[in-house]
Write a protein that binds this ligand. Sequence first.
Ligand code: C2E
Ligand code: MG
Ligand code: MG
Length: 239
Amino acid sequence: KDDALEVHYQPRCDARTQQIIGVEALARWRDRDEGYISPSEFIPMAEECGLISAIDEWVLSTACRDVLHWYQGERPDISLAVNFSPVQFSRKDPHELVKRILGETGFPGNRLELEITESLFGPDSVGVTGSFQRICELGVEISVDDFGTAYSSLSRLKNLPLHTLKIDQSFVRDLGQDPNDETIVLTIITMAHNLNLSVVAEGVETRLQYEFVRQHGCDVVQGYLFGKPMPADEFEALL
Ligand code: C2E
Ligand code: MG
Ligand code: MG
């Protein structure tokens, strides 16, 4: 497993200054014959067959070690975001896993953010509150990934200890072309800020998309306009 799995890193920038303030770790599966296989293909399979915890754990510990290494260089302040499958929460308490990896790597909890897709924030997700709280006690922040694509319960959003909403890239894509998407993006930003959550726009590819989200108060931007996901050594060179 370890030979084929890699972690790539995509920069996240402050929407106002465009400075790199963090990085998202994204899993990559390299097949000897077929090249890179997208996580959108292998993550759902791993979730079904129960391999997902092993993958998420490996990505988390690898990313913690890589970013710690960068802290010794010019940028001791960037934060690390790692994707965490909602499936983890239905198996055992993922707080134990996070705590153990922080202990093993020495990575500071207050620089770590877990991105969890919206499917975990529906009305049935009552059991996760305690788990979220224990994760927050480690200083780790939790963000809602792909926001707007599934069915978040607003009362869950209000009551869970969350830090960030990530606007799904499908809404960002048609900014400037589809007035409905402009309204959706505006509404998400306003709602998030009123709930004291910070907002990340993902999939920002054009100047126009960037200007739109920046002017409307989005806090952080991520997308090809600022950098594609890249191997660790390339990201280090970029820093
Ligand atoms: P995500 O967390 O929402 O990640 C954003 C996806 O958008 C990434 O796809 C990234 O490469 C892509 N992207 C970034 N900027 C742009 C842009 O400007 N334009 C376009 N068109 N795409 C952009 P990727 O790497 O294929 O990952 C797909 C999904 O797989 C991720 O979506 C995440 O949900 C999941 N995933 C990736 N790594 C892991 C992991 O280690 N664990 C778990 N559980 N899920 C992961
Ligand atoms: Mg993500
Ligand atoms: Mg996303």
